[in-house]
Design a protein around this ligand. Structure first.
Ligand code: LMR
Length: 333
C-alpha cells in the first residue's frame, strides 16, 4: 500500500513537470527483479549503453535491478502509472494484468528447444501476444530469453511422488499452479525477491527456476538438491509505457528501437552460456547434489504433467495452444 501511495505521488510529480519526453535528457527508468549478472540484467545494461550512444545522450537509461524499486506485481502497476518506463517481466507474470495468454509459455514441455522458441517469438504468435498489451497502456518491444528450468528442494526430486506435500514457490501463473498440483505439491505464489528467505526459513521447501536465477540469488546455499529437468521455460517480454513510447520524438524512438533490437540479440546470445555457467558454478560450490534425469524419469514426469495442458486450455486458449504446438513442433497430448 505504502508503495502504491509512493507510486501515485511520483506520478503526480511527473504530471507537474510534464511528460518524460519533454525532459532533457529523456529518462527511461528500467526496473527489474533479477541480479545484474543474469541474461536479463546484462541485456538491460547493454540496452542502456546502446540507447545512450545512439541518441547521443538525448536518452538516459537508469537500470534498477534486484527489485530495488519494485517487486513483481508492483512493477507492472508502476509501469502503467508511468512511475517507471520499461520492464522485462517473465512471461509467467502477465496473468494478473489480464493477459493470461502469455501463460502458454509456462505449459510443461511445450517448448522442445530454442529454435522453436525463436520461431514463436519472432512469428505471428509472439507478435499477436505483444499486441494484446496495447489496450492495457503497454507496448511490447521484444522477447528476451532466459532458459529452461531446474527443480530445487531439500529432498531429492527424482520421482513424481517426491513432490508429494512439498511447498513449492511459483510465479503468479495459474499454469504453474496447476503444474505443481499435478505433481502433488502445494504451490505458493511469492515475489522473486522473497524466495531466498522463504527457503531459508522453511516457508517454502523448493522452487523451479533457471540455473542463472537460482545461482545469482544464492538459492544453492539453502537448497540441498537440484534436478536438471528442463520441464519448462522462463523468458521475458520487454515492455514500455505506451504513452511514454508514443510521446517520444520519432527520431529518438527510432534510435531507441535500434538499441533494443541489438540488446535483444545480445541478451538472447548469452542466455544459454549464462545458465550453463551457473550450473558449473553451483556444482563447484558443493552445497547441492545435482541429479541429471534419466529418460525413464523424464517420461514419468511428462505423464504426470500431461493433463495440465488440457486443464488450462480454457484459460490460455485452446486455439493458441494448438497454434503454439504446431509452430513448436511439439508432440500433441
Ligand atoms: C521468477 O522466478 O520470478 C523469475 O522469473 C524472475 C525473473 O525475472 O527471471
Amino acid at each position: 500500500m505504502k508503495k502504491l501511495i509512493a507510486i501515485a505521488a511520483s506520478v503526480a510529480t511527473l504530471a507537474l513537470i510534464g511528460p518524460a519526453a519533454a525532459q532533457s535528457p529523456i529518462i527511461i527508468k528500467f526496473s527489474h527483479v533479477v541480479a545484474p549478472n543474469t541474461p536479463k540484467g546484462q541485456g538491460a545494461e547493454k540496452f542502456k549503453e546502446l540507447a545512450e550512444k545512439y541518441t547521443n545522450g538525448k536518452v538516459k537509461v537508469e537500470v534498477y535491478p534486484n527489485s530495488q524499486l519494485y517487486k513483481d506485481k508492483e512493477e507492472v502497476e508502476a509501469l502503467q502509472l508511468g512511475a517507471v518506463q520499461m520492464l522485462a517481466p517473465s512471461l509467467a507474470k502477465f496473468g494478473p494484468l489480464g493477459v493470461k495468454e502469455f501463460e502458454v509459455f509456462d505449459l510443461p514441455y511445450i517448448l522442445p528447444d530454442k529454435a522453436a522458441l525463436a520461431r514463436i517469438t519472432k512469428g505471428p504468435i509472439g507478435k499477436g501476444l505483444l499486441a494484446k498489451l496495447e489496450p492495457k497502456g503497454i507496448t511490447g518491444l521484444a522477447y528476451w530469453d532466459n532458459g529452461f528450468k531446474i527443480m530445487t528442494a531439500n529432498r531429492p526430486l527424482i520421482h513424481v511422488q517426491d513432490f508429494q506435500g512439498l511447498k513449492m514457490r511459483i510465479q503468479s501463473s495459474k499454469v504453474l499452479d496447476a503444474q505443481f498440483r499435478a505433481l502433488g505439491a502445494i504451490p505458493q505464489v511469492l515475489a522473486f525477491s522473497e524466495v531466498y528467505q522463504a527457503m531459508q526459513t522453511g516457508v517454502v521447501d523448493g522452487n523451479e527456476n533457471t540455473p542463472s536465477n537460482v545461482y545469482t540469488q544464492k538459492m544453492h546455499e539453502v537448497q540441498k538438491y537440484m534436478t536438471i529437468s528442463n520441464h519448462g521455460y522462463i523468458g521475458y517480454a520487454v515492455i514500455v509505457n505506451k504513452k511514454f513510447w508514443d510521446g517520444l520524438p520519432p527520431d529518438v524512438r527510432t534510435q531507441v528501437d535500434k538499441a533494443m533490437a541489438e540488446a535483444t540479440e545480445f541478451a538472447n546470445g548469452i542466455s544459454q552460456k549464462e545458465n550453463d555457467d551457473a550450473i558449473v558454478a553451483m556444482k563447484k560450490a558443493g552445497t547441492t547434489t545435482f541429479h541429471e534425469q534419466t529418460a525413464a524419469e523424464k517420461a514419468e514426469w511428462m505423464k504426470a504433467l500431461e493433463p495440465v495442458t488440457q486443464e488450462m486450455a480454457s484459460r490460455v486458449g485452446k486455439d493458441l495452444i494448438a497454434a503454439f504446438k504446431k509452430e513448436a513442433g511439439a508432440k500433441s497430448n
